[in-house]
Design a protein around this ligand. Structure first.
Ligand code: ADP
Ligand code: MG
Length: 269
């Protein structure tokens, strides 16, 4: 039987939005780095066949001997897949393009939606002492994303501050509702995060207004500004917190980590 209650162990957060290019991977990498910098032990699970989170955290393709694919569809133990990144306290389960066939292959597996959940339960028993697991989801509501939502306590939704930003959110909410009904009744929304925010741009202001009017305090107070240092960092294979530690982007992700930690502290009390 799967135990989804998990009273101890890490907070598991799926970073999801079926739209591509909204800042899922950027948020996974930099929020993870900010939590690690704050002294938390963090694991990133790269669940996107593009493997951008792996690359952005400095893991070369030739060093990805085992990947997320192997823990979902092979019989490799998750502890043998985890790699240390360039950032202290920050570990990763990397991905490669192999993962692109996983969605179809999973269809024939009886436990297809619970594979990541089971692997992450295993890692708790292996004594990794993690505080947070962040799962970087692919730009789709496929079985990979469902695996992430079944495994997670909550979903963090990056919302790009642009036209049509809120379009598609209802589809995402529908999937979350389905996951609650089929295997993870306690799945919460961690928060909606405004990304690539530009306060000089009316459109950003409008998206923020709409999001706060419609979604209320589900929207994080922290906004991630559009910042060129954030987009440059992955090509140097490091989080922006390392690449340009005082940049606006780095500061924003630190503020987000603080908001998240604070929120969890309040919940526990
Ligand atoms: P997703 O994972 O949702 O597809 P990414 O995180 O890969 O989205 O971001 C899409 C693009 O936007 C990338 O080129 C990334 O560097 C850029 N980007 C993301 N966040 C920011 C930001 N705050 N400032 C500037 N560029 C950003
Ligand atoms: Mg991505």
């Amino acid at each position: 039987m799967s135990d989804l209650s998990r009273p101890f162990g890490p907070k598991i957060i799926a970073v999801a939005n079926q739209k591509g290019g909204v800042g899922k991977t950027t948020t996974t990498i930099n929020l993870a780095a900010a939590l690690a910098e704050a002294g938390r032990r963090v694991l990133v699970v790269d669940l996107d066949p593009q493997g951008n989170a792996s690359t952005g955290l400095g893991i070369e393709v030739e060093d990805r001997k085992y990947t997320t694919y192997d823990i979902l569809l092979g019989d490799v133990d998750i502890k043998d897949v985890v790699l240390q990144t360039v950032t202290p306290n920050l570990l990763i389960v990397p991905a490669t393009v192999d993962l692109s066939s996983a969605d179809l292959e999973l269809m024939s597996s009886e436990k297809r939606s619970f594979l990541l959940h089971d692997a992450l339960r295993q890692i708790e028993m292996d004594g990794f002492n993690l505080d947070y697991v962040l799962i970087d989801c692919p730009p789709s509501l496929n079985l990979l994303t469902v695996n992430a939502m079944i495994a997670a306590h909550s979903v963090l939704v990056p919302l790009q501050s642009e036209f049509f930003a809120l379009e598609g959110l209802s589809q995402l909410m529908l999937t979350i509702r389905e996951v609650r009904q089929t295997g993870n009744k306690d799945l919460r929304i961690e928060g909606i995060l405004l990304t690539m925010y530009d306060k000089r741009n009316n459109l950003s202001l409008q998206v923020e207004q709409d999001a706060r009017d419609n979604l209320g305090d589900m929207v994080f107070s922290t906004r991630i500004p559009r910042n060129v240092r954030v987009s440059e960092a992955p090509s140097f294979a490091m989080p922006v917190l390392t690449y340009d530690t005082m940049s606006k982007g780095a500061q924003a992700y630190r503020a987000l980590a603080k908001e998240l930690i604070q929120k969890h502290r309040v919940k526990v009390a």
